[in-house]
Design a protein around this ligand. Structure first.
Ligand SMILES: Cc1cc2nc3c(=O)[nH]c(=O)nc-3n(C[C@H](O)[C@H](O)[C@H](O)COP(=O)(O)OP(=O)(O)OC[C@H]3O[C@@H](n4cnc5c(N)ncnc54)[C@H](O)[C@@H]3O)c2cc1C
Ligand code: SF4
Ligand code: SF4
Length: 520
């Protein structure tokens, strides 16, 4: 690299203003106040594209922040009661008498993630970090084995180190993993989660209650489940997650709707109104979904982009904050040691999966997701076995299922036409996602790459998208042979289409100027 004394626009550019990216920015700037640190966030305001429960473990925040900052952090209310229920198709809801310790939530915090991220952004700004919202990064600029910066709105922004914290399933992370084997996870896999916020008649007297469900409406080997959080007396957060590995004869949205009809959920929502809708991926592989290194050269992978979610506890916020802090501190330390002839900040040694403080805990449950690929009962038995043997059994590493189904979808394309993707109920839900439309003349941020490739495809896009973005082409005589009609304006930025189009035939770029949903 012949780039001595290269002038750059920033020392550290963080792509994504979620909790992981902000933690990295705060730690880097606090450890080396002279660094020019920038956070680029595509949403019009920090937190508007964040969707989560979220039950938060606070210790990672305590290590990141000063006691005063931590005391002022809006962590919400503490969880009073948490339970796991097995739902039957006949309306039963059996409470599990025993759950593993890491699945218990009592005493943790029920936080509003957009508010929490907003507070972190405020702390970062007080440290003189530039937080730029409405700024979508379209691509990383590569310079040999290093990353020279990012491109936003057609402009280049040069940086000495780039932290990629774009959340799960993102296109920038996928491209980086293609170029850099060290940052590629062996077996990533994801679930799609759909979530609604409901306003219910107050007072319920149950604020702080949390319930997780499994069983109905899922059948066979399909892996997933629901959750219900009560962050306030008159609010219920309901969500349903389903793994991407098997085909989707019913779409995730239809499953979510069916789950809400179950008496256990319906009772909690009675008399209420949905006031928010959203969808997002969850990286649920755990250990095999985390790349061997989180830093390579002058790039860091942070948070869900690095697969940092505990698949048993169903939590990722604290892991992203913890690893983000460690990465930020290493970047700061490396910046002090960077020799004059080099412009890039390359932490040495880089942060690695094996050195993460939570590595032993995640390694112990490394086969968690793989076990559930055999069905609910084998999965539960496997989880119990790994708990009692402290991770020794079953020995070795089994691969969790891949996001793309190996066999063709169960239904024929003709059958699929009888399932209308644009349910009237979905239209109402999308209104609750408060979507900002693109400006007139703005090219759509999502589309089909090669229409010819859609011929002969069973068109799973009509069903896997939780926003009904892909619909049967109305004008075509045989919609099953034509490319889908793309309603880019519906898009919730969940990235599912990038993982689930079986022919990798979808182009998705983050739209500019904060266009998209508002999940606050
Ligand atoms: C339904 C659901 C429930 C969950 N419940 C819990 C829970 O109870 N507890 C828990 O700990 N975890 C939970 N999780 C997981 C948790 O939400 C994540 O692990 C955590 O939010 C990851 O943080 P992050 O900063 O890595 O990513 P994100 O929070 O996704 O942040 C990424 C940010 O990057 C921005 N961005 C993306 N691409 C670009 C781009 N190209 N340019 C600029 N900006 C970009 C996005 O707009 C976003 O603001 C849940 C997840 C889901 C989906
Ligand atoms: S966009 Fe992808 S999933 Fe949809 S029809 Fe075309 S190839 Fe199939
Ligand atoms: S178009 Fe793609 S990114 Fe947008 S909501 Fe649908 S699946 Fe998610």
């Amino acid at each position: 690299m012949n780039a001595a004394h290269r002038e750059t626009d920033a020392d550290v550019v963080v792509v994504g203003g979620g909790t992981a990216g902000l933690a990295a920015a705060i730690a880097a700037k606090r450890s080396a106040p002279g660094l020019r640190v920038m956070v680029l966030e595509k949403a019009a305001g920090v937190g508007r594209h964040l969707l989560s429960g979220a039950i938060v473990e606070p210790a990672a925040f305590q290590r990141l922040l000063t006691p005063e900052e931590f005391a002022a952090l809006p962590l919400g209310i503490q969880v009073k009661k948490s339970e796991f229920r097995f739902l039957t198709a006949g309306g039963g809801a059996w409470r599990l008498p025993f759950v593993l310790p890491s699945m218990r939530d009592e005493g943790l915090w029920l936080a509003d993630l957009p508010t929490l991220a907003g507070a972190l952004a405020g702390i970062a700004e007080k440290l003189d970090v530039d937080v730029l919202t409405g700024t979508a990064v379209e691509e990383l600029i590569y310079d040999g084995e290093l990353v020279a910066g990012v491109r936003c709105g057609g402009d280049s922004l040069t940086a000495r180190h780039v932290v990629l914290a774009e959340g799960p399933g993102g296109p920038l992370t996928a491209e980086l993993a293609r170029r850099c084997p060290g940052l590629r996870a062996a077996h990533p896999c994801h679930a799609l989660a759909i979530r609604e916020m409901w306003q219910v008649p107050a007072p319920s007297g149950r604020a702080g209650d949390v319930a997780h469900t499994f069983g109905a409406p899922l059948k066979g080997r399909r892996y997933g489940g629901g959750f219900m959080y009560r962050p306030a007396e008159d609010r219920v957060v309901v969500g349903f997650a389903v793994a991407l590995d098997l085909g989707m004869p019913e779409g995730a949205f239809e499953l979510f709707e069916a789950w809400k009809q179950h008496p256990f959920v319906a009772q909690a929502l009675e008399g209420g109104t949905a006031i928010g809708y959203g969808a997002r991926l969850i990286p649920e592989a755990g250990w095999p979904g985390i790349p061997p290194a989180l830093q390579a050269g002058n790039v860091t992978l942070a948070g869900d982009a690095a697969g940092l979610v505990d698949p048993l506890a169903l939590k990722g916020v604290h892991l992203g904050v913890e690893a983000g802090r460690l990465a930020g501190e290493r970047i700061a330390a490396a910046s002090q040691k960077t020799p004059d002839e080099s412009w890039a900040i390359t932490p040495e040694p880089p942060l690695q999966r094996d050195n993460l403080p939570f590595a032993p805990a995640l390694r112990r449950i490394r086969n968690h997701r793989a076990g559930f690929a055999w069905g609910l009962l084998p999965g539960m038995m496997g989880a119990g076995l790994s708990f009692v043997s402290r991770g020794l059994l079953p020995p070795g590493q089994f691969a969790p299922p891949s996001d793309l189904p190996r066999a063709p979808e169960g239904q024929s394309a003709a059958d699929r036409l009888s399932l209308p993707p644009h349910l009237p109920r979905l239209e109402t839900a999308l209104a609750q996602a408060r979507l900002t439309a693109a400006r007139p003349g703005e090219p759509p941020h999502v589309g089909v790459i090669d229409p010819d490739k859609c011929v002969g495809c069973p068109h799973p896009c009509w069903h896997f998208c939780p926003a009904g973005t892909y619909a049967p082409a109305e004008s075509a005589r045989s919609p099953a042979e034509a490319p889908p009609l793309v309603h880019a304006e519906n898009c919730l930025h969940c990235h599912t289409c990038l993982l689930r189009c079986p022919r990798a035939n979808i182009r998705w770029q983050p739209p500019p100027a904060g266009i998209g949903p508002d999940f606050r």
